[in-house]
Design a protein around this ligand. Structure first.
Ligand code: GDP
Ligand code: MG
Length: 242
């Protein structure tokens, strides 16, 4: 049984949002937790906004160990966690954290990954660029029906992982948020147990999105095709079940 949760928040100049995000974590997540905030550079305006809150919330500030960028920030976050359960959330208040406790319960039912899902009953996506939404939903829903991957929202970054899965997957992604898709696809093919719970995503109201659709789209397509090509070679028994 897992009894607590490690939360990873990659940040890039989220000074306007981070206080509200930490407050939402405290209010909405009953599961005992620790928080790691991963930043890229010492001048990031998140840092002066967080420092006064370090006594109030269970936060550790961690500098990205690799080249700048959200992918390496998340990777650094994964490496700081030794075992148990890891949750990735955004600092821009985009994911409704009310889903977290039920995601954690699922992990304790024996799942290795629990995906927040905007594209299942009860899930929603509010605001954001239309093309990005269309592509993400189409990819998620078609991959679910074509390969049997047990989530309709493979591109969502709001996911909970067991550290065991993270240690077992060699991450090849080199762009940005497609890393979450890579991990879920590879874990699925290895026979790990994956579940989804409904979640609501709302576009940010402060700060700027740094999502690079054009640059990252080919990387998402790569993992989409990888899942499709390898679907019949999937390990039938759950390598990581239990
Ligand atoms: N460390 C780090 N975090 C980043 C970077 N770019 C974005 N983030 C963080 O990743 C999360 C989501 O980013 P965002 O640009 O809003 O992506 P979107 O929600 O898909 O539009 C936020 O917490 C950002 O602060 C980066 O280059 N480095
Ligand atoms: Mg965002």
């Amino acid at each position: 049984m897992y009894d607590s949760l490690d939360i990873i928040i990659p940040v890039y100049n989220e000074g306007e949002n981070i206080g509200k995000t930490l407050c939402a974590v405290a209010e909405k997540i009953k599961t005992p937790h620790r928080i790691s905030i991963i930043y890229d550079f010492d001048e990031d305006n998140t840092l002066p906004a967080v420092r006064p809150l370090l006594k109030k919330y269970p936060v550790t500030l961690v500098k990205n160990r690799y080249e700048k960028g959200v992918l390496n920030a998340i990777k650094t976050g994964f490496e700081t966690v030794k075992d148990g359960v890891v949750l990735v959330i955004m600092a821009d208040l985009s994911d409704d954290l009310i889903a977290v406790d039920s995601m954690f319960r699922k992990m304790n039912e024996g799942y290795d990954i629990v995906c927040g899902s905007r594209y299942m009953k009860g899930g929603r996506q509010i605001g954001g660029p239309r093309l990005k939404k269309f592509l993400s939903r189409t990819a998620g829903v078609t991959l679910h029906f074509l390969t049997g991957i047990p989530t309709r929202d493979v591109t969502n970054s709001f996911k909970m992982y067991s550290k065991k899965v993270l240690s077992d997957i060699a991450i090849e992604s080199n762009g940005g948020f497609e890393l979450g898709m890579e991990i879920v696809v590879k874990s699925f093919l290895k026979g790990y147990r994956i579940a989804e719970v409904p979640s609501v995503w709302t576009d940010r109201t402060a700060g700027e999105s740094r999502f690079m659709l054009k640059k990252w789209l080919p990387k998402y397509i790569h993992w989409y095709l990888f899942a499709f090509r390898n679907r019949l070679k999937r390990k039938p028994s759950a390598a990581g079940a239990g």
